[in-house]
Design a protein. Structure first.
Length: 101
C-alpha cells in the first residue's frame, strides 16, 4: 500500500464517501444476515448453503447484466449444487456406535 495516503489526499470527496460506504454497509449487512441465519438454522447448515452463492451469482449476472454463462461455469454450478445436495442428504451426523450403511 505504498502511496495510499498520497493518493487518498488527491481523491475527490465522492471517492472517499464511496470507499467508506463500501467498507461499512455491505460488511455490516453481511454480518447481520450471517448472524441471523446462524441463530435460526445453525452454523453447519449455513456453511453448507454458502456453496449456493456461485450459482446465485451466475443467475443474477445472467438476469441483470445479460452475461451468458459458459459451459464451464454451468458445470461448476452443477458441481456446487451436487455437493450441497450430497452433504445435505448423506452428510448427517452419526450416533455413537451407529453403523454406516
Amino acid at each position: 500500500m505504498p502511496g495510499l495516503l498520497q493518493v487518498w489526499g488527491q481523491a475527490p470527496l465522492s471517492a472517499h464517501l464511496t470507499a467508506i460506504y463500501i467498507g461499512l454497509f455491505p460488511a455490516a449487512l453481511a454480518y447481520l444476515t450471517w448472524s441471523y441465519a446462524i441463530s435460526r438454522v445453525g452454523a453447519a447448515a449455513c456453511t453448507n448453503l454458502m456453496y449456493v452463492t456461485p450459482v446465485l451469482a451466475t443467475l443474477i449476472a445472467y438476469l441483470w447484466l445479460g452475461e451468458v454463462p459458459t459451459r464451464l461455469t454451468l458445470l461448476g454450478g452443477a458441481v456446487a449444487l451436487a455437493g450441497v445436495a450430497l452433504v445435505g442428504t448423506l452428510g448427517r451426523p452419526r450416533k455413537p456406535g451407529e453403523q454406516v450403511s
